[in-house]
Each structure stands twice: as C-alpha cells, then as structure tokens.
Design a protein around this ligand. Structure first.
Ligand SMILES: [Ca+2]
Ligand SMILES: [Ca+2]
Length: 495
C-alpha cells in the first residue's frame, strides 16, 4: 500500500511539474524557442572540437548535429571475397539533420543541442527520423547497404566474370536520440548527456538490431569540456557524403565513432576560435581485427589506449549568429595492434595524420580532408586492409603466418555542397583511398564519385536521389577490377 501511495505521490509531482512547464510557470513561456535561453546560450564553445559548421541554431559552440551518415563497421580485412559481415556492418546513414540547409555532417562531436525551456533539470530533447532507403547497384558491393567498395567480378563467387547487380530496400538508417541537459551547477558549468541509436546492426532485414551510435556525458567549464563515452573520432572530423547514406569509408573518408575520453579547449578571439583537443580512445573497435586468431581483438591486445589530437582554427566569415565558420585544421591518431602467433610477437602501429578544410561562402560549402598513414582499417582507410600477412605451410600441411607488415595508405576527398534554395540541396564529391603493398587479390585502389540531391517539399519531409560511382582495382593477375554505379532514393521524416 505504501508503495502505491508513494507512486501516486510521484506521479502527482511529475504531473504538477509537467503542467507547470507547459504553462511556463517560472519561465517565460516564450523563452523556450530562443535558442539559448539564459543559461544555455552560451554553451559556446562546445567542446567538441570542430563542430563548427553545423547547423545553425546552436550557438556556435557546439558541434553541430551531425547529419551524418555513417557506415558500418565491419571492416573486413579480409580479402576480396569477404564483404563485411552483415552483422557488423552497419552503415551509416545519414541523416540526421533536418534542415537541408544544414551543412553536412561533421564528424565531430555531435552536439548536444541545448534543450529549450527553462530551468528544469534534467531537461530532455528527443529527436530522430524515420527513413527508407532503396539502393540499386550494377555490381555487388562489399556491403549491400554501406557500399564501401565494389567487389571484383572475379570474386563474387558466382560463375562468370560479368557484373552482378543487387537491390536493397531498408529502414536501418532510422534514428532516435535524446539530448539531456543534466545540470548547470554554476554559471559557467554545464553537464550534459547524449544517447543516439539507429538500426544498422545485423539481425534480419525485417528484424533489425539497434546499434549505439553515440552515448556520452560531458561537463563544460567555460572554454574547457571533458567528454567520456562513445562518439565521433576526434581526428579526421569532416564527413564525405551528407544526408545520403554512404559516408565513403574506405573510399577517402577517414574517421568513425569509438569509445573515448576527450578534453577540448576552445577559446574565442573575436570572430575566431581556436580548438585544441586530445583524446584517449579504444584501438580496434571498428575493424575488430584478430589477425593472429587468438580470439582477442588485436587492438585490445596492444594493452594501451590510442591517442588522438586535433588543432583547428575557426573563423566566422559572415555576420549573424548562425554564420558558419571557416574551419582549417590538422589531426592525428596513434594506436597499435599486437599480434602474437607462431614466430611473431610484435606490436604494429596504427598511425594517421589528417588535414581538413571547410569553407562556407554564401550558398556554397567546400570541404576537403586528406590523410596519410598505415594500418588504417580500424580508422576506415586502406580500403579495409591494415596488416598484410605472408602465409606458409608447415610439414603437417597446416597454414601459418610467416611474416606480417602494416599496409601504408593515403587518400582523401573533396566535396562541394550547394544550398541554392530552402527546399533543395545538392552535393558533388570525389574521393580516393590508395593502400600500398597489398597481396594479390587485395584492393589496391578505391575511387568514389558522389552526386546527391535532397528535396524538402514540406517542413518535415526530405526526399533524396543519389548517384554514387565506385571504381575498385584489385592487385594481381587474374583479379578483375570492379566498377559499380549505385542509385539510391530515400525518404526521410525528421522529428
Ligand atoms: Ca572524416
Ligand atoms: Ca588477436
């Protein structure tokens, strides 16, 4: 009985609070909309570094909501014939942002948009979108929904070298998230949290499994922010693609999401802001590589965190609160994988250096990102190849690893986004990922071209038509190169 009374009392309290909030008790009713009401406004510098260019609304500070899209995880290290397992695969999607005018997604920390309204803590802001994608490809891809790279006709497993088309219709990029303003214990201190999921994660094509995209807590002290959880990599912060599904991992765009502890300092100087950030992150959460087959993730076996760092300068080019800044910066990732098998007991470095630039001028936004590194499959580079092994056969006929070495790779992308009118946005882009020293049957080059159109006939409806082209070359005699033309149409209802 007591528990009933207690429950009733709680409900009554909650009801009273909701009613009060609805009526604006205590807070000026209208206040809400205002982007950052009193306290929050500022939130200026959002920790996450780069955030820059994003969406409008929020005061520059936070990173914009990523309209990202992203892909899956699976990072198949495997040879050509091995497309990423469906389960891993995820894809990324794009999506998120609702406003066509919103610039593409940036990989940076997804913004925790300041919940409106007033001083109720915690304060929740739910968001997301329901989406359907239909994709037809003239040649089979490494992953049906993520794309990634085109499979060699030689390796599709079906007799004959001719191309094999495929079609997939799926809702996996539907997304649900919540931003929480947890507390503002002091004038310059803010505690927030974010959790976001989608369904790019295995299961059948009618029983899709949820996937965690972002889950982190953050505390801001003025220009300093500390973040703990999973979100976008700190390095390689720009995203190639946009609201379309593919973000061209392994095709020129480095950077995924991973667990991390991050500190960001972002002081402002007039129209400029300097963003300096560092993070300790998990090695191997994306490719889940286990080259030595000891059932232990090779990144975890390195027994040390990967380090990431970013330095970015943001300069506001236009007037107005919503003006997107020019962003120019450099970033790195340094981690390792440990392989212990047969005669090998060695730690292999995972290294990447990246430069990025984003220039918003009027209705046009130019963005470019270039990288150089080695052992990049966990970072979405090297066309999914990080460590190359040389195999031998012992006296008993058993295969074993004779030698292993990291695969160096370089690449990048350039993209132009044009938002001529409120209801239409177009994107043009090209990317390349070029690993070296791959064994026969491996992918030697992956080139991508992207042409995306997004229409917004109504406030809460986006219709997209996308054309992507993949040219993937294969190393070695007898391995035919692959070309795939992918056509995608999608509908998205953001909320
Ligand atoms: Ca990137
Ligand atoms: Ca292992």
């Amino acid at each position: 009985m007591r528990s009933y009374v207690f429950t009733y009392a709680m409900l009554a309290t909650i009801f009273a609070a909701v009613s009060a909030a609805a009526q604006g008790t205590g807070t000026p009713p209208g206040a809400a909309p205002a982007a950052g009401s009193g306290t929050q406004p500022a939130a200026p510098a959002a920790p996450a570094a780069p955030a820059a260019a994003q969406p409008a609304g929020a005061p520059a500070a936070e990173a914009a909501p990523p309209a990202e899209s992203e892909p899956p995880e699976a990072a198949p290290e495997a040879r050509p014939e091995a497309p990423p397992a469906v389960s891993d695969a995820e894809a990324r999607t794009a999506g998120a942002s609702v406003d066509l005018a919103t610039p593409l997604p940036l990989a940076v920390t997804p913004p925790i948009s300041a919940p409106e309204a007033a001083k109720t803590y915690p304060s929740f802001k739910f968001y997301g979108h329901a989406r359907l994608d239909m994709t037809y490809a003239t040649q089979r891809m490494a992953h049906h929904q993520l794309g990634l790279w085109a499979q060699s006709p030689t390796a599709t497993g079906v007799a004959g070298p001719e191309d094999k088309p495929e079609l997939t219709i799926y809702p996996r990029w539907s997304r649900l998230g919540v931003d929480v303003l947890v507390a503002e214990p002091d004038e310059d201190v803010k505690i927030t949290a974010k959790v976001e999921i989608d369904f790019v994660n295995g299961g059948s094509e009618s029983r899709e499994v949820p996937r965690m995209r972002h889950a982190y807590g953050q505390i801001e002290f003025g220009d300093l922010a500390i973040l703990g959880g999973q979100t976008w990599d700190l390095f390689a912060p720009l995203i190639y693609g946009g609201m379309e599904q593919a973000i061209f991992w392994y095709g020129g765009n480095l950077g995924d999401r991973r667990p991390q502890l991050r500190a960001t300092l972002s002081p402002s100087f007039g129209d400029a802001r300097l963003v300096l950030a560092g993070a300790l992150a998990q090695s191997g959460p994306v490719d889940m590589a286990d080259v030595d087959g000891d059932s232990v993730n090779d990144g975890m076996a390195s027994a040390r965190p990967a380090m990431q760092g970013l330095a970015e300068l943001q300069i506001k080019l236009g007037a107005g609160e919503d003006a997107k800044p020019l962003r120019v910066g450099a970033s790195f990732h340094s981690g390792a994988k440990k392989i212990v098998v047969d005669g090998i007991d060695e730690e292999f470095p995972v290294l990447a250096g990246v430069a990025h630039l984003e220039v918003p001028v009027s209705i046009i936004t130019l963005r470019a990102e270039g990288f150089l590194g080695e052992n990049l499959d966990d970072l979405r580079g090297g066309v999914g190849q990080g460590i190359e092994t040389t195999m031998g056969v012992d006296a008993d006929g058993e295969a074993y690893i004779v030698d292993a070495k990291t695969i160096p790779a370089k690449g990048g992308f350039i993209q132009l986004q044009v938002d001529p009118i409120a209801w239409y946005s177009v994107q043009l882009g090209a990317g390349v990922d070029n690993p070296k020293g791959v064994n026969p049957g491996g992918r030697g080059l992956n080139q991508t071209v992207h042409f995306g159109n997004a229409f917004k006939p109504y406030e809460h409806l986006i219709i997209g038509a996308v054309y992507d082209y993949y040219h993937t070359t294969y190393v070695g005699e007898g391995w035919e190169d692959a070309n795939s033309h992918r056509l995608t149409a999608y509908t998205m209802v953001p909320f």
